[in-house]
Design a protein around this ligand. Structure first.
Ligand SMILES: C[S@@+](CC[C@H](N)C(=O)[O-])C[C@H]1O[C@@H](n2cnc3c(N)ncnc32)[C@H](O)[C@@H]1O
Length: 272
């Protein structure tokens, strides 16, 4: 299907709905279900950073924090894109301007994720939204956002764990980004709790697992599906580990683990 002439989509003030400085994209005429609405170019034109690099930028340049939190998006675990023009706090593609809704009318095109498509017929005056759960997982910089989508299905606070819900997967898998589709596939083989995130290490092929929020003593943080070996998961070895493995191959926290603590195992002492 051809692309919609972008004159038929308007960017309007949305401060009343979302707060100061907020805008939204609105359809100016009927957009049919399945129609391609937007071709995003940002992938080619973005800076690629890790979570830690973005957090460091926010500390070093506090005036950029809002921009980085609003417009960063995930393309893989611990890989975030931000517009190259971030120093000027300027976007280079208006696809960053879609707001989130828990009843979205747009999503990503499964055959080409650079396309944003209508997932239902959209009437003139309707806001164009997608569900940020199509793009982000738990370590999203938007995690904790109080949603103001005003729909019946609104989940309230966004935790970015909806991709784990089989009903959500069934309804929306085909509208999710390649990263989210990949994460869903990985839930089978490399499961870890939504209270954890992976971090890239000095060796880009190796990742480590950390607490995204406080984890209680005795909580399951991850699970092995195959042999319990360091190369089969993101959990690194330590002689003084924070976790142990039970007979169900679940990784359990020894004690309460604060935010950022590393999930580690002593592989010399685990059951195999
Ligand atoms: C990618 S920006 C979306 C465009 C933004 N409204 C603008 O004017 O540039 C994401 C930010 O928009 C706001 N936002 C988007 N959807 C929202 C929602 N459903 N409820 C509350 N705020 C929302 C939040 O501040 C969020 O961090």
């Amino acid at each position: 299907m051809p692309f919609r002439n972008l004159l038929f989509i308007h960017l309007v003030d949305a401060s009343e709905k979302y707060g100061d400085g907020q805008r939204m994209l609105v359809a100016n005429e009927v957009i049919e279900k399945g129609e391609k609405i937007w071709w995003c170019t940002c992938g080619d034109d973005d800076e690629i950073l890790s979570r830690d690099e973005i957090l460091t930028l926010c500390v070093d340049y506090p005036h950029l924090k809002k921009f980085l939190y609003w417009y960063s998006y995930m393309i893989a675990d611990d890989i975030y894109c931000i517009p190259k023009t971030y120093c000027e706090q300027r976007n280079n593609d208006e696809c960053c301007l879609f707001n989130h809704s828990c009843e979205p009318n747009c999503g990503f095109d499964i055959s080409d994720s650079n396309n944003i498509v209508a997932l239902k017929t959209i009437q003139p005056g309707e806001e164009l939204t997608y569900d940020y759960n199509f793009l982000e997982t738990e370590p999203s910089f938007t995690r904790g956002m109080q949603c103001k989508c005003e729909t019946k299905s609104c989940v309230g606070v966004l935790n970015f764990d909806r991709y784990r819900d089989p009903e959500f997967q069934e309804k929306y898998l085909m509208y999710m980004s390649p990263y989210l589709q990949q994460r869903i596939r990985e839930l089978e083989s490399k499961w870890y709790s939504g209270k954890c995130f992976t971090r890239t290490t000095i060796d880009p092929k190796i990742r480590s697992l950390h607490a995204l929020e406080r984890i209680a003593a005795g909580e399951v943080v991850a699970k092995f599906s195959g042999p319990i070996a360091v190369e089969n998961h993101f959990i690194q070895h330590s002689d003084v580990p924070t976790c142990f493995v039970n007979h169900k191959k679940e990784v359990i926290a020894f004690t309460a683990l604060p935010y950022e603590s590393e999930i580690t195992l002593n592989y010399n002492k685990v059951l195999s």
